[in-house]
Design a protein around this ligand. Sequence first.
Ligand SMILES: [Zn+2]
Ligand SMILES: [Zn+2]
Length: 152
Amino acid sequence: MTGFVQHGPGEFCAVMTREGEPLVEYEWWDPAPESGPPTIGRCRNCGHRGVVYEPLPADPARDELAERFAGWMGGMLDWDVKVREEHADLHKELFDLHAPVGVVVLDGKPGAAPVKVRQCRECGGDGWPCRTLRILAKPHRWAPGWDERWSA
Ligand SMILES: [Zn+2]
Ligand SMILES: [Zn+2]
């Protein structure tokens, strides 16, 4: 697992830990956390004092659009399965295979905060839905709820 610790404005450390391990070491003079791992303390990567940083979505509007697509497309495919549309099960399998995953990226610029983006589990790349799912969505584009931004 990789987490992030902020040391100052534009100063971030990527910290590798095993599942469940804290990103910072608690120091005795710090206020004890009410629950969960400490969020301020000595960085497990560089040893300097820092605060645990939770990356934010790179683009909340795009996230919202992806969320809407997931619901809309899932509904379309469930309907197809119900009415025994030809290849409906295969399309549903494809849809599940190309599910989105959240990844954290550092865009390489010094001082840039790490951000969360969505990618296709299968295709990787930038953004979700991927090209495969956009093509899969094509025959349904006359249904209510369709958004032009999902076109292939
Ligand atoms: Zn550090
Ligand atoms: Zn894909």
